[in-house]
Design a protein around this ligand. Structure first.
Ligand code: PLP
Ligand code: COI
Length: 357
């Protein structure tokens, strides 16, 4: 299989421009010089794999991805260590989830080796853009794929475009979170796309996020759509609680929630913090009762962009709960420090999660 070819004419940002960007990168405010791109057609499979200048695409307005939402994406990060080496966190898990999302959306799988090569090359060619570790900054990678056949009829496309963008970022939620339980909206359903990372899941959630903001909350806490009695996940992150009896409980992967890589990593790290990892259905009533009675001592949410974020409040039209004393929980902060320590190379990587770029 051919490799992603580097376009030698890609213009390079100046050291000054990069320094300005890294002073306050936001989340997706600045993009690195190169993006990876590849095309798939039913006739030729994956081809035209290249690293090109990050810049506008020329698209016919009838490409079906713009109309029918055949689109998927991923999110992973590269971290600079104190010795200046740069490492990615569990990229093969993102490659596998990208293939899973593709299958759900009737799109072609990008082979794992192409996914890994594309993300690796975006980092390798843009090392100056990888921030120093201070402030938990990192280089966020956004692989995505969309249907690019010119076609207004509704059917799976015969052409797809894959791109991977790179951007320096800070953690997405700098402050502890308050989550909103919408009385109206749902994220996913049995047989739906909840466990795929497709753009439509996020487009459909924005109305609930706006409702959350109007009610003074940072993000949404989704319940199951059928009964509105089971906790599923946060808007851009998985959801966990810590109980008085020392369990780290998170809703089980039921096909309606995203199989988060951070979630999996925290479940793996739990035991080294004296916590028993438990994946099981978590009733919303149990969550509320647990917070009120003190049986649930800490609430947290996690994701690549969100890292590990303490949840200090849960609100709905009926309830307004403060978790503990309203400040981040001690175990949550320990788990966060352990995970980010592995990512930034200050804690041993005993699970072999880091891949040197
Ligand atoms: N759930 C949703 C809906 C997300 O958007 C994300 C973010 O990617 C996650 C969970 C967490 O997944 P991960 O830890 O793999 O980033
Ligand atoms: C991620 O954590 O990578 C996400 O997808 C969250 C958000 C930026 C959409």
């Amino acid at each position: 299989m051919s490799a992603f070819a580097v376009d030698p004419t890609v213009p390079r940002a100046s050291a000054t421009d990069i320094a300005v960007a890294l002073q306050d990168p936001g989340f997706g405010r600045y993009f690195v010089d190169h993006m990876a791109q590849a095309t798939w057609s039913a006739a030729d499979g994956w081809h035209d794999k290249a690293l090109l200048a990050t810049g506008p695409l020329s698209l016919h307005p009838a490409v079906s991805g713009l109309h029918y939402g055949q689109q998927i994406f991923e999110g992973l990060k590269a971290y600079r260590h104190a010795d200046d080496s740069v490492w990615m966190f569990r990229p093969e898990k993102n490659a596998a989830r990208f293939a899973h999302s593709a299958a759900r959306m009737q799109m072609p799988a990008l082979p794992t080796e192409d996914f890994i090569e594309s993300v690796t090359k975006v980092v390798q060619l843009n090392l100056d853009w990888v921030p120093q570790a201070e402030g938990e900054q990192s280089l966020y990678l956004r692989p995505f794929m969309f249907a690019s056949e010119i076609q207004i009829g509704v059917k799976a496309s015969d052409y797809y475009t894959y791109i991977c963008l790179g951007m320096p970022v800070m953690p997405f939620y700098p402050q502890p979170l308050t989550l909103w339980v919408s009385p109206t909206y749902s994220r996913s359903m049995a047989g739906g796309t909840g466990d795929a990372k497709c753009g439509g899941n996020y487009g459909a959630s924005m109305i609930a996020e706006a409702e959350a903001h109007r009610n003074g909350c940072t993000q949404v806490l989704w319940l199951d759509s059928a009964t509105r009695s089971w906790v599923e996940e946060g808007g851009t992150m998985n959801f966990l609680v810590i109980t008085e009896s020392g369990e780290l409980v998170t809703p089980e992967l039921n096909g309606r929630i995203l199989a988060g890589i951070t979630r999996d990593s925290l479940l793996t790290l739990a035991e080294s913090h004296g916590l028993r990892p438990v994946e099981r259905p978590l009733a919303f009533a149990e969550l509320c009762e647990g917070i009120t009675s003190g049986r649930i001592t800490e609430v947290l949410a996690c994701g690549t962009a969100a890292v590990v974020s303490p949840v200090v409040g849960i609100k709905s039209p009926e309830i307004d709960l403060t978790v503990g004393d309203g400040t981040p929980g001690a175990k949550t902060l320990e788990l966060r420090a352990h995970l980010t320590g592995i990512q930034f190379g200050t804690e041993p990587d005993i699970h072999g999660w880091m891949r040197r770029v």
